[in-house]
Design a protein around this ligand. Structure first.
Ligand code: DGJ
Length: 727
């Protein structure tokens, strides 16, 4: 039993290695006491605040010996004298902003809770604690949900705010997390970026300035990821306290941390309050997105592995959660918009010969789309371009021995489209104003059922018309000029969130209607690579940047929260279309192995030698498939420290430690290079191993603490795989 309650006062959540404790004081206030290493059951309520200590200018409840400005509050609220970052700000029916949540009841439930209309971790092996607080004055209830997956040290949280008064209330801010940490000096690691440069690792000290990562783009975005690690100032891959904070949400978000006047660190996370307001009707409720926490006292490597396993087993769903995913070829970088059926079939024929299993027809097959100015919203086949029906094209591709996949951008609309001409009100536009264009397109108002139904019906028609086994769901702009024709004036602040709820509803409908289709999420590459999307689609096109060397940083950053199995990674041509870099084909393959591995090029233009190499890669990738996809993942050498090593390296280790695969990628070749050793991780220190079948035997402990010599290739960007097997 992971959850224990002591005399209705002390709530303790134990996972395999961690402990989270809360405490209800005499007035019923729920305080946070502790989150960290497991220390056995004990009463840590004394850590919630220092008794009889109230600093100047910190207001205190009358006659009480504490101030909310100094306590660890499990649900921090604006307006009660807590001047730090807070999670909740509401307006009562009478216009007051006061809110005093106190303990009302609690429940322990078998299995992990789910959230209506929102993505969330799931599983019967999970457990649930619900602590309900109630405002002292009004019938407003705060149901605090805690989900526990002991094995992965994962604790999830969500808040349901229920209005049982007979009047409307309004939320100005409704975050999912307040986390007050034990005293310490902490860093925050976050993953910033841009289109084609997603999830760049950055680490900064949490100071008395507020550190905030956020998005106000209507999508989690390329610029910031809704995942951070808060860690000891000297924590690293193997050592130190580290707290992961990941939002299971794909829209506007905020994660903020601050060190307060007394050097205590608080972290809050949830929906970005900018542009957010939500009215709750009487007898209705509002549910915040889920936040997923993992604590590790063994640094980031352990933390990542917990997320990886939890995401693979308890977030991703459907047939392809565990099934082997097909090796695909996507025609986007091969043809862009310039193709017809014969061209695609020729590509499929060549691809089939080297072992590719799935052909994906990307953008440009519908309406009259030959560029990005037209036809989004018109999800009917351009039979002229495809030289016949979709069914016929798919039959031809199938006859070449490949399955068939197709691209959609369901959330967007072109002004030049039948859909726009028939329903100009379907997209976001502010009356009497000219909307901002982005990639020449507008965004459909997915908060409206009628709009979702239209797109759903069009997609269903296409998906039923041929033997389609894969869908790429793209989204190529962010939201602005928000106005929804169906919402009254005072509810326009709900659009961003309602948009996301609408997208989730459509995704749920489509994915459950087509359980045999593999869905890959995409937003101009990795503009919506988050835990929310992974609930519906188990893999994501990681980035439009397919250059193997840029991908080192992109896949490295992505790996902190997201497993290899979720990262779409393809081999493309050189010079790379994005940055003109030339890299060996073997390196492009090795980097893509640590993802879903596929091709993104015009295979008919490859030389026989190149095709042979890719054929070899597909065989090799399949040989290592289970090890790579389900092994424990370790970042060995960071792509950010070229001065420390000439290599970037990562490793996967089979759970039973009998086998590992290391990938190294070198940077530019240089004169007079000193040889380097590489230390691996995760092996059994007392067992012997061989590397790439060599006759030499190495003790696991030696490989982990002393390392082994790397082979050097005098070629820029050369890459090697080292297969380590137990003897
Ligand atoms: C952006 C995606 O990331 C690309 O892979 C491709 O699908 C294009 N959109 C098509 O417009």
């Amino acid at each position: 039993m992971a959850i224990t309650v002591n005399e209705g006062k002390i709530f303790t959540i134990n996972t395999k290695n961690t402990m989270y404790q809360m405490y209800v004081n005499e007035e019923g206030v729920l305080f946070h006491s502790y989150y960290g290493a497991k220390i056995g059951y004990s009463d840590l309520s004394y850590l919630s605040y220092k008794r009889n200590w109230i600093a100047a200018f910190s207001p205190n409840p009358r006659g009480k010996d504490y101030s909310h400005n100094q306590t660890k509050d499990e649900l921090s609220v604006f307006g009660n004298g807590d001047f730090r970052l807070t999670a909740l700000s509401l307006v009562n029916h009478d216009g007051t902003t006061a809110c005093e949540p106190v303990y009302y009841s609690h429940q322990i439930l078998n299995g992990k809770y789910s959230l209506e209309g929102l993505p969330a971790f799931y599983g019967d092996e999970g457990e649930t604690l619900v602590i309900t607080l109630k405002d002292k004055a009004y019938d407003i209830y705060f149901h605090m949900y805690y989900g526990v997956f002991s094995e992965y040290d994962l604790i999830t949280k969500a808040l349901v705010i229920e209005n049982k008064t007979d009047k409307q209330i309004k939320l100005n801010k409704a975050l999912s997390l307040t986390l007050d940490l034990s005293k310490g000096t902490y860093d925050i690691i976050h993953f910033h970026g841009a289109h084609a440069r997603e999830r760049m690792y950055e680490r900064t000290r949490i100071t008395h300035l507020k550190s905030t990562v956020s998005s106000n783009r209507g999508a989690s975005s390329h610029l910031q990821n809704p995942f951070v690690i808060v860690c000891d100032k000297d924590a690293n891959e193997e050592h130190g306290n580290a707290y992961g904070v990941g939002l299971v949400y794909s829209g506007n978000f905020v994660i903020s941390a601050e060190r307060d006047q007394y050097d205590l660190t608080r972290v809050v996370a949830g929906i970005n309050p900018e542009g957010f307001e939500f009215t709750i009707e009487p007898n209705d409720s509002f549910t915040t997105p889920e936040v997923a926490l993992v604590y590790s006292n063994e640094g980031f490597g352990k933390l990542s592995n917990c997320y990886h396993k939890a995401v693979r087993n308890n977030l991703c769903r459907g047939k392809f959660k565990n099934a082997r995913r097909p090796v695909l070829i996507n025609n986007w970088e091969g043809t862009y918009f310039d193709f017809n059926a014969d061209k695609l079939v020729n590509m499929a024929r060549d691809a089939s010969k080297i072992g590719v299993e799935l052909f994906v027809m990307d953008d440009g097959w519908f309406g009259h789309r030959d560029d990005d100015f037209t036809s989004l919203g018109d999800w009917f086949v351009n039979e002229e371009k495809l030289q016949g029906t979709l069914e016929n094209l798919v039959k031809r591709i199938n006859a070449e021995g490949l399955d068939f996949g197709i691209w959609f951008e369901p959330e967007c609309i072109s002004e030049d489209s039948v859909l726009y001409r028939e329903h100009p009100d379907y997209c976001f536009k502010i009356p009497n104003r000219d909307p901002q264009m982005s990639r020449n397109q507008l965004v459909l108002d997915m908060s409206r059922k009628e709009v979702r139904d239209n797109i759903y019906n069009q997609m269903v028609k296409v998906l039923n018309s041929a033997n389609i086994t894969y869908v790429k769901w793209d989204f190529n702009r962010n939201l602005c000029d928000l106005y929804s024709v169906e919402l009254p004036r005072e509810r326009q602040g709900e659009i961003y969130h309602r948009y996301m709820l609408g997208v989730y509803e459509l995704l749920e409908r489509i994915t459950s209607s087509f359980p045999d289709i593999l869905f890959e999420s995409c937003s101009g590459g990795g503009g919506r690579f988050d835990l929310g999307m992974l609930y519906y689609m188990p893999q994501v096109w990681t980035s439009d940047n397919s250059d193997a060397i840029d991908r080192l940083k992109i896949q490295y950053g992505t790996s902190f929260a997201y497993p290899v199995r979720t990262m779409g990674a393809h081999v493309s041509v050189c010079p790379n279309h994005g940055n003109a870099r030339v890299t060996p084909l073997s390196t492009r393959g090795n980097v893509a192995y640590f993802g879903t591995y596929g091709l993104e090029l015009d295979i008919t233009k490859m030389t026989e030698e190149e095709k042979e190499e890719v054929k070899r890669q597909i065989v090799e990738f399949k040989q290592y498939y289970d090890l790579i996809q389900y092994g424990d993942y370790y970042r060995l050498l960071s792509p950010y420290t070229p001065d420390e090593s000439r290599y970037c390296a990562w490793e996967v280790v089979k759970e039973d430690k009998s086998e590992a695969l290391v990938c190294t990628v070198a940077y530019e070749a240089k004169c007079t290079v000193p040889p380097e050793t590489l230390k691996v991780r995760g092996l059994d220190p007392d067992k012997f191993y061989r590397i790439n079948g060599s006759s030499e035997a190495y003790l696991g402990g030696a490989l982990m603490n002393g390392g082994f010599w790397l082979d050097y290739d005098h070629v820029s960007y050369a890459s090697r795989l080292y297969h380590i097997t137990q003897i």
